[in-house]
Design a protein around this ligand. Structure first.
Ligand SMILES: NC(=O)c1ccc[n+]([C@@H]2O[C@H](COP(=O)([O-])OP(=O)(O)OC[C@H]3O[C@@H](n4cnc5c(N)ncnc54)[C@H](OP(=O)(O)O)[C@@H]3O)[C@@H](O)[C@H]2O)c1
Length: 285
């Protein structure tokens, strides 16, 4: 019998891709406010993962072998508020029932002043989202010492388009200026790479923090243009190079990630955007 996987956030971007790829698992997934797809290979359950009684009922009825906790990102203040209680409830019950627990965290726990970031570097978040994810990491480590904490970077993908690319393409169809920062550096990861790495990790007994990001670091201007090339679009006159300083925003500038540990641990290949683009071109020719 195939092992049972529970994906929290099955209606989210990463959750959607995980469900699709987890072919060798019996898959359950949660949704909260978004209706789940009418047809899915996962069995969906409505659950507010920030509520202990709902988490308890869910886990005791499904009895998963592995939980991949993707729910709760940065879409709204309400969602950010759910990050800490959700991490507490899920990691506590995972430990009580000896379940493998994979918790999604973010590069935004760092302040961007000491890149490239390794797993041992100390968080210093600048915003409520990063602060909540930092606290969640502490709680998960305390409540479930065997857990895997995955810190990731910007996720990109085309089927469907990721949140950032959708924002960029929508903006290009308007007259409004789109500013892409040349002084904000990230290590974006192809969503299929992240999914393959997470599913591979689900079969290993890796404990502790792991950075899963792309193999290269690009500024937002370079990344925006690489994405346009990936989706076969030409730049438009309303896309401008700009800087965080010019915007007056406070954001981490350099969130380059070191992924050496992940590369040594996993068989999953970490593809650059150029490699992803070539692979897609070959697939469509
Ligand atoms: N996207 C990125 O570039 C990125 C980068 C680094 C790290 N991450 C991390 O990766 C994970 C997945 O990100 P994503 O972009 O795939 O997220 P997403 O598309 O924004 O989806 C968020 C998911 O969380 C669920 N959710 C929110 N509040 C909930 C609650 N109280 N109870 C249960 N479910 C709740 C949502 O369910 P409903 O829609 O049904 O309400 C949705 O399925 C997150 O933990 C995020 O912090 C993302």
């Amino acid at each position: 019998m195939s092992p049972t996987l529970l994906i929290t956030g099955g209606t989210g971007y990463l959750g959607h891709h995980l469900i699709h790829a987890a072919q060798s698992w019996t898959t359950h997934a949660t949704y909260f406010r978004t209706s789940p797809p009418a047809a899915s290979r996962a069995q969906f359950h409505q659950c507010d993962v920030s509520k202990n009684d709902q988490v308890h009922d869910l886990i005791t009825s499904i009895k998963p072998d592995v939980i991949i906790h993707t729910a709760c990102s940065n879409k709204s203040a309400e969602e950010i508020e759910a990050i800490v209680p959700a991490a507490r409830h899920l990691s506590t019950i995972a430990h009580q029932h000896s379940l493998a627990f994979l918790h999604l965290s973010t590069d935004l726990i760092f302040d961007g002043t000491c890149a490239p970031y390794r797993e041992t570097d100390l968080p210093n978040p600048l915003h409520p989202y990063g602060k909540a994810k930092t606290e969640a990491e502490h709680i998960v480590t305390q409540q479930c010492p065997t857990a895997t904490i995955i810190r990731s970077s910007l996720m990109y993908g085309i089927d469907p388009l990721d949140h950032q690319t959708r924002w960029l393409l929508r903006g290009m169809d308007t007259e409004k200026p789109i500013r892409l920062f040349t002084d904000e550096r990230r290590s974006p990861i192809w969503v299929h790479t992240l999914v393959a790495a997470l599913l591979e990790l689900s079969t290993l007994n890796f404990q502790g923090i792991l950075h899963l990001a792309g193999p290269e670091t690009l500024n937002r201007w370079e990344f925006g243009h690489a994405i346009l090339h990936l989706v076969g679009r030409k730049t438009t006159a309303n896309i401008h190079a700009s800087t965080i300083d010019e915007s007056g925003l406070i954001r981490p500038k350099d969130l380059a990630f070191s992924i050496e540990t992940a590369k040594q641990l996993l068989n999953t290949p970490f593809l650059s955007i150029a490699e992803v683009t070539n692979q897609l071109r070959k697939g469509s020719s």
